[in-house]
Design a protein around this ligand. Structure first.
Ligand code: DGT
Ligand code: CA
Ligand code: CA
Length: 593
C-alpha cells in the first residue's frame, strides 16, 4: 500500500504531540506540527514528488532534516524517531491534547499521577471525580473535561477533502493493477466533493475470482479489517479513516457506482421515480420485472429513468432532478475553464517563494494570469508591504511582465489599506474580530465593500474547517451589496477554508454575483488546491460564466476596473503610490490563518 501525504502528516503530528508532552523545545514541536499541517493540505502527492526527484526543501517549512524524515516514511513506512518516542510514552496520550483545557503539561501530570493513557481513561476518571486530585484541576474544570470527552468519544470524525483525495487516488491506483479488476472508482461524499468526508467509498468492477479484496485488506494491518467478504470489505487506515469497497460484475458497475456515490436523498428520489415508471432500481441495475434493462454505466441508469446524466456534485436532492427533467442542468465549471488565479502571496509577505517562482508555477499549470496579492502592513507577523515596498513590487511585476511570456501578473494587495491608481485589484478580508455580533459584522463588511477600491471579498466567512466557525453576518445582504457595487466574492480553494461554501456559491449565482475561485497560494504547489475550489463551485451549481477568473484577461481587466475608482493604466512605471486608509472595516493580512 503506497504511502500518501496523510500518512506522513500523521507521523509528524504524533511526533509533535509526544515531544510536547515530554516537554521538548517548542520550536522543534512547532516545526513538526507545521510540516504535518502543510502535508495534510497539500494538493500534490509527496511520493510522486520524491519519485520525480523534486526538491522537498522547496516545500514550506521543510528543511533538510524534515525532508529526510519524509523520505524515510515514504520509503519504509516507519520513522525511527517516532518508534523511539512511542517506547517512552503511551501513544494514546496524544488524544488527551484534543480536549480543551488539556495541554502538554497537564497531560503529563495526568499520566504520571493517575496513569491516564487514553481518552477513555480520562473520561472514566472525570466521571469518578478523580481528576480533582491532580493539581490545578477544580470541580469546574473536571466537569468541562467530562463534557468534552463525552462529545469527543461520541462524535464521528470527518476528514478534509485533501486528505481523502490523496488516499482515494492511491488506492485506486493500487487496486487497478490487481488481476481481474476492470475498473476502480471512488464514490460517496468524496466523489460529490463534500467539503468533509466521513468515510471513503470505493467501487470496483471485477471478473469472477479477482484478488481485489485480498489486496484491499492488505492496506490495513490485520486488526483494522472491519469486515471482509467476496463483494464487500471495510478497513480502517492508520489515520483513522474508514474505507469501504464494493466489488460488482461489470454489467452492474454503473448502477453500483451511482448507488454508492449517493447522496442517500438523491438515491431515494431516483428509486421513487423508477417505481412510478414500473421499474426497480438497486445497486445491480434497473429492472423491469426480472429483466435488467440498464446498469453497466451511470448514464444508462439515468437514461432508463428518462433523465440526462447528472453530475455527482449535484446529487444532493437540491433540485437537480427537476432541473434534469426540464433540461436546465447547469454546465458545471471545470478546472480547465480557469484562466487565472486572483489571490496569491510571495516571500514579500508571508508566502514562501519569489515572484518569479510563483509566476512560473502558475504558467506551468496553464494559467494565463495571476494576481499577486501580498499582505498590507498592518500585521507585522505577515511582514506586510508598506507603500514603499509595494511600489517596488509593482515595478518588479512590470519588469517581469515585460520579460516573461505566457503569463501576465496582476498587481494586487490583500488589505486594510487600499492603494489606488496603479493597482489592478484589491482583495479585502477579515482576519481578526471574528466574533463581532451579526449586525456589527454585517455592517463592517458592507462598509468595506463601499470603499471605492474594493474588488474581491476574500474567504468571506473566515471559517477554518474543524478549527473555527465562520463569522456570523447577513450573507444575502453582503451578496446583494456585491451586486450593487459590481464587486466580487471569493471561493477560497484552500481545503481548510472552502469559503464561500457550496450553498453560498449558489446564492451568489442566483444574485448574479461572479465568484473568484482562488488558491490563496503561499507556495507554488498550492496552486493545485484550485481543484478543491472547483469541487465546491460545482456543488454550488456554478458554470464557467458564473466565475470571474474564467474570463479572458481583457474582459477581466474591465470587470476589475469597474471596482477601482480609477481604471488602472496597464503599463505605468514609476509614479508614487497613494496610500489611503479605508474605513476600519477591512483588515490586514495575517498569514492566511
Ligand atoms: P459521508 O461518508 O458521511 O461523508 O457521506 P456518504 O454520502 O459517503 O455516505 P455513506 O458513506 O454512508 O454512504 C455512501 C453512499 O451509499 C451514500 O451516499 C448513498 C449510499 N447509501 C448508503 N446508505 C444508504 C441507504 O440507506 N439508502 C440509500 N438509498 N442509499 C444509501
Ligand atoms: Ca462515505
Ligand atoms: Ca461508507
Amino acid at each position: 500500500m503506497p504511502i500518501v501525504n496523510a500518512d506522513v502528516a500523521g507521523v509528524f503530528e504524533e511526533i509533535a504531540d509526544l515531544l510536547e508532552v515530554q516537554g521538548a523545545n517548542s520550536f522543534r514541536v512547532r516545526a513538526y506540527r507545521n510540516a504535518a499541517h502543510m502535508l495534510g493540505e497539500l494538493g500534490t502527492d509527496i511520493k510522486s514528488m520524491i519519485d520525480r526527484g523534486a526538491d522537498l526543501d522547496a516545500l514550506p517549512g521543510i528543511g533538510p532534516d524534515l525532508a529526510g524524515k519524509i523520505c524515510e516514511v515514504v520509503r519504509t513506512g516507519h520513522c525511527a524517531l517516532l518508534d523511539e518516542l512511542r517506547t517512552q510514552l503511551p501513544p494514546a496520550v496524544t488524544e488527551l491534547l484534543k480536549i480543551p483545557g488539556i495541554g502538554a503539561k497537564r497531560a503529563r501530570a495526568l499520566h504520571q499521577a493517575l496513569g491516564i493513557r487514553t481518552l477513555q481513561d480520562l473520561h472514566r476518571a472525570a466521571e469518578e471525580g478523580r481528576l480533582r486530585t491532580v493539581q490545578g484541576i477544580g470541580p469546574k474544570m473536571q466537569q468541562s473535561i467530562l463534557e468534552a470527552t463525552t462529545i469527543r468519544l461520541k462524535a464521528p470524525r470527518r476528514y478534509k477533502l485533501s486528505l481523502v483525495t490523496q488516499v482515494g487516488e492511491a488506492l485506486r491506483l493500487e487496486l487497478s493493477g490487481v488481476p481481474g479488476v476492470l475498473e476502480v472508482q471512488v464514490a460517496g461524499s468524496l466523489r460529490r466533493q463534500r467539503e468533509t468526508v466521513g468515510d471513503l467509498d470505493m467501487v470496483a468492477a471485477v471478473e469472477r475470482d479477482s484478488a481485489v479484496m485480498d489486496r484491499f485488506v492488505s492496506a490495513a494491518d490485520g486488526r483494522h479489517v472491519l469486515i471482509k467478504g467476496p463483494t464487500r470489505a471495510s478497513i480502517v487506515l492508520a489515520s483513522g479513516l474508514q474505507v469501504d469497497l464494493r466489488a460488482v460484475p461489470r454489467e452492474s458497475f454503473g448502477a453500483a457506482w451511482l448507488y454508492f456515490t449517493g447522496s442517500k436523498a438523491h438515491n431515494i428520489a431516483l428509486r421513487q421515480r423508477a417505481r412510478e415508471a414500473g421499474l426497480k432500481l438497486n445497486e445491480y441495475g434497473v429492472f423491469r420485472g426480472d429483466r435488467r434493462i440498464a446498469g453497466d454505466t451511470e448514464a444508462s441508469v439515468y437514461h432508463a429513468l428518462g433523465l440526462p446524466f447528472i453530475e455527482p456534485e449535484l446529487r444532493e436532492q437540491r433540485g437537480e432532478i427537476d432541473a434534469a427533467l426540464s433540461h436546465s442542468l447547469p454546465a458545471l465549471v471545470q478546472r480547465r475553464d480557469l484562466r487565472g488565479d486572483l489571490h496569491a502571496h510571495t516571500r514579500e509577505s508571508d508566502g514562501r517563494e519569489s515572484l518569479e517562482a510563483m509566476a512560473a508555477a502558475a504558467r506551468a499549470r496553464g494559467l494565463e494570469y495571476l494576481a499577486i496579492t501580498d499582505h498590507s502592513p498592518r500585521l507585522a507577523l505577515a511582514h506586510g508591504l508598506d507603500a514603499g515596498r509595494l511600489a517596488q513590487q509593482i515595478d518588479r511585476i512590470d519588469e517581469l511582465n515585460a520579460r516573461v511570456d505566457g503569463i501576465v501578473l496582476l498587481k494586487g494587495i490583500e488589505v486594510d489599506i487600499l492603494e489606488d491608481g496603479r493597482l489592478d485589484l484589491v482583495v479585502g478580508a477579515i482576519h481578526h474580530r471574528f466574533d463581532l455580533s451579526r449586525d456589527k459584522q454585517t455592517d463592517r463588511l458592507l462598509r468595506a465593500m463601499d470603499h471605492p477600491c474594493f474588488s474581491i471579498l476574500a474567504h468571506p466567512t473566515a471559517r477554518l474547517i474543524d478549527e473555527r466557525p465562520g463569522c456570523d453576518f447577513d450573507l444575502p445582504r453582503v451578496i446583494r451589496k456585491a451586486r450593487e457595487r459590481g464587486c466580487f466574492l471569493e471561493l477560497n480553494a484552500h481545503p481548510a477554508r472552502l469559503d464561500l461554501n457550496d450553498v453560498a456559491c449558489r446564492m451568489a449565482k442566483d444574485e448574479g454575483v461572479l465568484v473568484s475561485i482562488a488558491s490563496d497560494a503561499h507556495s507554488s504547489v498550492e496552486f493545485d488546491n484550485l481543484r478543491f475550489g472547483i469541487g465546491q463551485a460545482r456543488r454550488g451549481w456554478l458554470e464557467s460564466s458564473d466565475v470571474l477568473n474564467t474570463r479572458r484577461l481583457g474582459a477581466l481587466r474591465s470587470l476589475l476596473s469597474g471596482t477601482m475608482d480609477k481604471p488602472p493604466p496597464a503599463h505605468r512605471v514609476g509614479a508614487a503610490v497613494n496610500v489611503r486608509k479605508t474605513a476600519e472595516s477591512v483588515d490586514p493580512g495575517t498569514p492566511s490563518r
